[in-house]
Design a protein around this ligand. Structure first.
Ligand code: BMA
Length: 379
């Protein structure tokens, strides 16, 4: 190759490299996002090269057989480290109640969130808010029309915005040592392709839920001036890209895309099917994320009661494989609930999958608190 050609090839290579790194750079939609929020999002993107953060819902509030013990966590009891990401739930905040629908006091939640931020963990919030048309719970889906009523009926609209005001007040109270707002991955209207919540599936039209998503985000950002929110759009399990995108409010409203999935069938077949479904769905998700410059995440997962002693490394980690996702979040360790049903998705000390969970936590691609503290998510 002549000298000229070498230069030409080198320039082309630089262009390709520069071009692809530019394309890969996802940017938050909120142009006024706080410095810490922008940094968290950027650092989450960088972390994709290392692996995925492990998250757990209500991790610090309670676990199997215990409640509200300072510093305790089932994840830490088993692995010696906290999760890297922590989920909390806002349901009943809209009613002005002191505790959420699972009994977690909002004052404690605020303190957990401050402590987590202080040690460099990431926080995500969901909101099973009541039905503003019927006044019943989030699961009160029929009659259809709640979403349309929020958009079009002044009375329902007012109830809804008053609820958002209460949410905004709590969100604004989440501040760091210097008064800076703590960044929150906000997972509103979760599982919106399923029909079990008033905002999902056949309980509203895709057009209406998109409008409500857009309205809600615009209201929180421009009327309530919240600039610490990273919006995570998420469906439940889905059949393919068409179903996934049917209710997508648009690239200008979404920063992270994810889905929720639970394993319900056990045994060799159940495991195989779960690995295949995870792999297939993550392939689609990460494709969509790359095409739209978004981050991908497994926003909620679980296998209730963890009856398989090698589930973490043999099933879950295999399903995730090498897909480039930012985090995975296990749902809550409620233990035995008031209705006598048990519910937990992360092992407690002595649980049969506990040893395997330790092995899982030691895989190079799984990130827990100590690892993310080192990289300074907010710096
Ligand atoms: C569900 C269950 C319920 C809980 C609700 C909201 O998946 O865990 O027990 O009340 O989430 O957190």
């Amino acid at each position: 190759m002549g000298k000229k050609n070498v230069h030409l090839v080198a320039m082309l290579l630089l262009l390709v490299l520069f071009g692809s790194s530019c394309m890969a750079q996802a940017v938050l939609n909120d142009k006024q996002a706080t410095a810490q929020t922008t940094r968290l999002y950027r650092n989450m993107q960088k972390l994709l090269q290392k692996g995925y953060m492990f998250g757990h819902q209500d991790d610090l509030a309670y676990g199997v057989g215990w409640k509200y013990e300072a510093g305790r966590s089932d994840v830490k009891d088993v692995t010696g480290d906290y999760p890297a990401l922590y989920g909390f739930e806002l349901g009943r905040l809209e009613l002005g109640q002191a505790a959420n629908l699972d009994g977690v006091p909002f004052d404690s939640m605020r303190q957990y969130i401050k402590d987590i931020y202080q040690r460099g963990g990431a926080i995500t919030l969901s909101w099973h808010f009541n039905n503003p048309l019927t006044g019943k719970t989030a699961w009160d889906a029929p009659p259809p029309g709640t979403v349309a009523a929020i958009l079009d009926s002044p009375a329902t609209h007012q109830v809804y915005t008053q609820w958002l005001d209460k949410g905004a007040e709590f969100l604004a109270s989440l501040t760091g040592k210097k008064g800076e707002p703590i960044p929150i991955i906000f997972r509103i209207f979760h599982e919106l392709n399923g029909s079990w919540f008033w905002w999902g599936g056949k309980n509203c039209t895709p057009g209406d839920i998109k409008r409500l998503y857009q309205f809600t985000e615009t209201y929180l950002r421009d009327v309530k001036h919240l600039h610490n929110l990273i919006y995570a759009f998420n469906t439940d399990r889905f059949s393919g890209p068409d179903e996934y995108l049917e209710r997508y409010p648009g690239n200008d409203y979404v920063d992270i895309i994810g889905f929720d999935i639970y394993q319900r069938k056990g045994g060799v077949d159940g495991n195989r099917q779960f690995i295949q479904e995870l792999d297939k769905s993550l392939t689609t998700l990460v494709d969509i994320a790359q095409q739209n410059n978004k981050l991908a995440a497994l926003t909620e997962f679980g296998y209730n009661g963890l009856p398989d002693s090698s589930w973490w490394t043999n099933v879950f980690a295999k399903g995730i494989g090498t897909h480039k996702i930012s985090y995975v979040m296990g749902w809550r360790n409620a233990g035995i609930k008031d209705d006598q049903h048990f519910e937990y998705y992360v092992p407690y000390k002595g649980q049969i999958s506990a040893n395997d969970f330790v092995r899982f936590s030691q895989l190079p691609q799984t990130l827990f608190q100590k690892e993310v503290t080192k990289v300074h998510l907010y710096r």
